[in-house]
Design a protein around this ligand. Structure first.
Ligand code: ZN
Length: 452
């Protein structure tokens, strides 16, 4: 018992440490799990994983395939869905069917969606018409990986499952689906969710590194809509299990789902049933009765970008692609602004992205001088701000002599910001109070200078 308590306490400390690390450095890839609730509206989003598919609903309740059935249901309620689609699982062979009701029911070595040996019924490659239909209905599409292969090992749950070996394979899979949507539908996806949320790639990199390369944010969810677990043996109960948690949450607190992202499945449950087809109208009806609009994740973000507050200046910067928030999508406007954060936000995001891609593709060839310059600010080669600082040095955003002896940790003062803005935007006229500045104090100036 003592050992158990110790292990539990250690796990708790580790989790808290991880959490604090998730809001230590601002980063271009944010984990979008839920957003800060609006005060004047109730909104939430729903993501539908693993489609599109034209396989029949089970039990069969209409002549439409599952994805089309879900689309028509959403549209009946004036709701917009976010479809987290795959490319195709048809190349994931050789393989065999797993045990019915187990995690590997759709394939032992790989996932086969919608079902093993029925790969051609699904995916953006084979079901181009369904992709067009999702887009013409005004819904959103996000990237769930071309072949739905795990980014890394998940031994406890999927012992025999194949996974990618390195970040290059992960990036190539993500970009294959990215290109397909762009070339065939003129549609650029902005969000991605790894298959089964596996983040650790065997070469030590993570899904966040791969998403940084692709220019994506990480799409998570904060509320499980259900519909993926094995059947209880009573289909009516399976539907109830999807409706009841939403019903309970709303009756306890009608605002509780405001700003949340609800996870749903555009595919079969582990028992090859589709409770989602019958539960979705009941869930949408409940939400509507409580005054909710169900909107796409990107629309949700356009209303409220961060997890901990609404800040219009930072939101405008984020919408224009600038890096302003932490990995867990918090903004912490009350914190002191650091010089490192100021530099990362002010360095053009496209330039940082291009340098990062070079870094992954062929090793970083920025030159020793720029690396030396970054080091003078305490930013070494393994620092999260390294590439941004090298780029900032190259663009003349920071001085390589660093005569003021600044560090990336230095708190920005009114005097420091004034000098920084004068060199960055000589025609910008401003008044800034002297002394230490919070992040909230700095955002309006950065917005005025950076967002055209
Ligand atoms: Zn999936």
């Amino acid at each position: 018992m003592i050992l158990y308590d110790l292990a539990r306490r250690a796990k708790h400390i580790l989790k808290e440490y991880q959490k604090s690390r998730d809001c230590e450095y601002i980063t271009p890839v944010r984990r979008i799990e839920r957003v800060f609730p609006l005060t004047d509206r109730r909104v939430c989003a729903m993501t539908f994983d693993d489609g599109p598919t034209d396989t029949e609903t089970n039990p069969k309740i209409s002549d439409d395939g599952l994805t089309l059935h879900l689309l028509k249901t959403l549209e009946k309620f004036g709701a917009k869905g976010t479809f987290d689609v795959i490319g195709t699982t048809e190349h994931n062979y050789p393989d065999e069917a797993g045990v019915h009701g187990s995690f590997s029911w759709g394939g032992v070595r790989y996932d086969h969606y919608p079902d093993i040996n029925r790969d051609l019924c699904a995916g953006a490659k084979n079901k181009s018409d369904l992709i067009s239909r999702i887009l013409s209905g005004g819904h959103e599409i996000t990237n769930h990986g071309y072949r739905h292969i795990l980014f890394g090992h998940l031994k406890l749950v999927y012992g025999a499952r194949a996974c990618f070996n390195n970040i290059h394979e992960v990036i190539s899979d993500i970009m294959e689906l990215d290109s397909l949507l762009l070339e065939e539908h003129g549609y650029k996806m902005r969000l991605s969710r790894p298959p089964h949320y596996v983040d650790k790639i065997p070469d030590g990199k993570t899904s966040y590194d791969a998403y940084r390369y692709a220019g994506y944010n990480y799409l998570a969810a904060s509320f499980d809509g259900g519909g993926w677990l094995p059947s209880t043996g009573d289909f009516k109960k399976d539907i109830d299990a999807m409706v009841e948690p939403i019903s309970r949450a709303l009756s306890e607190d009608p605002d509780s789902l405001n700003g949340q992202i609800i996870f749903q499945k555009d595919g079969y449950s582990m028992s090859r049933h589709t409770p989602v087809a019958e539960a979705l109208p009941l869930q949408l009806d409940l939400l509507k009765k409580h005054g909710y609009d169900v909107i796409s994740v990107s629309e949700l973000l356009s209303l409220s970008q961060f997890a901990d507050c609404v800040n219009e200046d930072a939101q405008a910067l984020a919408n224009a692609g600038f890096t302003v928030a932490y990995k867990n999508n918090t903004l912490h406007p009350e914190r002191a602004m650091t010089f490192g954060e100021l530099v990362v936000t002010c360095t053009p995001p496209q330039d940082i992205l291009t340098s990062y891609r070079k870094f992954v593709d062929s090793g970083f060839e920025t030159g020793a001088l720029l690396a030396e310059c970054a080091k003078r600010y305490g930013v070494g080669e393994n620092h999260p701000y390294f590439i941004a600082f090298c780029k900032a040095a190259e663009l003349g955003i920071i001085n390589c002599d660093n005569s003021e002896k600044l560090s990336y940790k230095t708190t920005v003062t009114g005097e420091l910001l004034s000098a920084f803005l004068r060199s960055l935007a000589p025609t910008y006229s401003f008044t800034i109070n002297p002394g230490k500045l919070s992040r909230r104090d700095v955002f309006p100036h950065l917005r005025a200078v950076l967002v055209k």
